[in-house]
Design a binder for this molecule. Structure first.
Ligand code: FEO
Length: 398
C-alpha cells in the first residue's frame, strides 16, 4: 500500500526524497538530502505539476499508478526545465505517450534541446488558463527564479500556488510534508541556504515575482522542494522579501584562510572584540574547511562580512580567493565589509583583497589590518579596533 498525501480532495503530493545524492547540482552539499516535489490533480482531466529527478522514476510511477490505476494523464505542466524537475519527462512519455506538455515559449526549445521532445507541446502565455473540470490552472511567468523559462501554476479553485523553486528548501520531508507537521526553524535555515545557493543572484527578479504573485489569494504554497506551506505563508513571503532585498540581521560572518594559524588567531581577536561590543551573532569559518554553501547562507543571514587571508604566492590564499570569485559572480548587495590579512614572510593578501572590496560594492569598515609574521601587541590593538568599528557599523545600520 502506498500512503496517499493530499493537499485537497483531488490534489496529491507525489514527490520523492533524495537521501543518497551528496551534491545538489553536483556542487552544493546535501547533508539532510532534498525532496523533489511533484503534484497530481485527479480531475476530469488529470494533470501533473512537474516531475522528479530521473533516478526516482520507478518510485514516482508507482505513486502515480497507486492513484490513477490504469487511467491516463492528460497534462504535464513544466514549471521549470532544470533536470531535478524535468528529468523524468522522457520516461513519463514512454509510460503516457499521449501526454500533452504545458510550458511557455522559453520551455519549448529547452524540451527539444534537452530531451528531443517536440510533439504534444502546448505553449501558454502569461495569464493563460487551462480547465481540468473543477480545477483551473493559471500560469504566471517568474523568469530567472531560477531559469529564464521558470513559471508558476496557480490553481484558483483551491488557491494553491505551485511555486516551482520559489519558497523551496533543502532537506528531505521526513514524515512531515505540511508546515504544521515540521520543525519550522530547521527548514527556515535550509530554505535560506537553498535561496542563497540557487536563487540568490536573482534578487531583482524575485522582487518582481513577489509583486506579481502578491495579487493572488494564496492559501497553500506548494514548492518543488521541501515542505508545503499553509500556516507560515506570510512568514515565508516576508523572508523571501528580506532575502531578495539582501537585508541581513545584526550579526557578522568572519571567513578566513590560514596555513599555520596566524590568520585564524587574528580572526579570533576580531570576533572577541565584536562580542565585547554586545553583538551576539558571530560565525567564524575557515574557508579551507567549510563549503561555500554554508558561507553564503550566513552572508545572507547577517549584515556584516569580514574576510581575512594569509598571503600566498603574493596574493590571497587559494580557498579564500576561490570563494571571493564565486561571491563576485553572485554579487549579493547591501553588506558591511572589513578585511584583514597576514603578510606571512612576503605579503600580498591585503593588497589583493582591496580590489575585491571595491568590486563587491559593499560599505567598507576601515582601516584594514595587515600583520607581518604573527600579530604583535600593536597589531592586536588594530584588530580589536577593527572589530569595534564593525560592531559600531552594525548597530548603526541594522
Ligand atoms: Fe529545483 Fe532550479 O531547480
Amino acid at each position: 500500500m502506498i500512503q496517499k498525501i493530499k493537499l485537497s480532495e483531488k490534489i496529491y503530493w507525489i514527490g520523492v526524497n533524495d537521501r543518497h545524492t551528496h551534491l545538489f547540482e553536483n556542487f552544493w552539499p546535501l547533508p539532510y538530502g532534498v525532496s523533489y516535489n511533484s503534484y497530481l490533480i485527479d480531475d476530469e482531466k488529470v494533470a501533473l505539476i512537474d516531475t522528479v529527478e530521473v533516478s526516482f522514476m520507478s518510485e514516482y510511477l508507482q505513486k502515480i499508478k497507486s492513484i490513477l490505476g490504469d487511467r491516463t494523464i492528460d497534462y504535464l505542466v513544466v514549471n521549470h526545465m532544470e533536470p531535478d524537475h524535468s528529468g523524468s519527462i522522457q520516461a513519463l512519455l514512454q509510460a503516457y505517450p499521449d501526454l500533452k506538455i504545458i510550458g511557455n515559449c522559453k520551455t519549448a526549445p529547452m524540451l527539444e534541446g534537452f530531451y528531443k521532445v517536440v510533439k504534444n507541446v502546448v505553449t501558454i502565455s502569461e495569464g493563460d488558463s487551462v480547465s481540468l473540470g473543477e480545477h483551473m490552472l493559471n500560469f504566471y511567468m517568474i523568469p530567472m527564479v531560477h531559469w529564464p523559462e521558470s513559471m508558476v501554476t496557480y490553481e484558483s479553485s483551491k488557491n494553491i500556488l505551485f511555486s516551482n523553486d520559489a519558497f523551496g528548501s533543502f532537506g528531505t520531508l521526513d514524515g512531515g510534508v505540511f508546515d504544521n507537521e515540521i520543525n519550522f526553524s530547521f527548514y527556515e535555515d535550509e530554505m535560506r541556504r537553498y535561496y542563497a545557493n540557487i536563487v540568490g543572484k536573482y534578487g531583482t527578479q524575485v522582487q518582481k515575482a513577489l509583486e506579481k504573485l502578491g495579487t493572488l489569494e494564496i492559501k497553500t504554497i506548494a514548492p518543488s522542494h521541501g515542505p508545503i506551506w499553509r500556516d507560515h505563508i506570510s512568514k515565508i513571503i516576508a523572508l523571501y522579501d528580506q532575502w531578495s532585498k539582501y537585508e541581513g540581521e545584526e550579526g557578522v560572518v568572519i571567513i578566513y584562510g590560514t596555513l599555520y594559524g596566524h590568520t585564524a588567531q587574528m580572526a579570533d581577536i576580531i570576533a572577541r572584540s565584536i562580542a565585547e561590543e554586545g553583538i551576539k551573532n558571530i560565525r567564524t569559518y575557515d574557508a579551507s574547511k567549510t563549503h561555500s554553501s554554508y558561507l553564503l547562507n550566513d552572508i545572507w543571514k547577517y549584515k556584516g562580512v569580514i574576510i581575512g587571508s594569509s598571503s600566498y604566492n603574493g596574493g590571497i590564499f587559494t580557498p579564500v580567493s576561490s570563494f571571493l570569485k564565486q561571491l563576485l559572480g553572485i554579487m549579493p548587495k547591501n553588506k558591511l565589509l572589513a578585511i584583514f590579512g597576514s603578510m606571512s614572510w612576503g605579503g600580498g593578501a591585503v593588497r589583493a583583497l582591496e580590489p575585491f572590496a571595491q568590486d563587491i560594492k559593499w560599505n567598507v569598515v576601515t582601516p584594514a589590518v595587515e600583520v607581518k609574521h604573527a600579530a604583535n601587541d600593536d597589531d592586536q590593538e588594530a584588530l580589536i579596533s577593527l572589530g569595534k568599528a564593525m560592531a559600531k557599523a552594525l548597530k548603526e545600520n541594522v
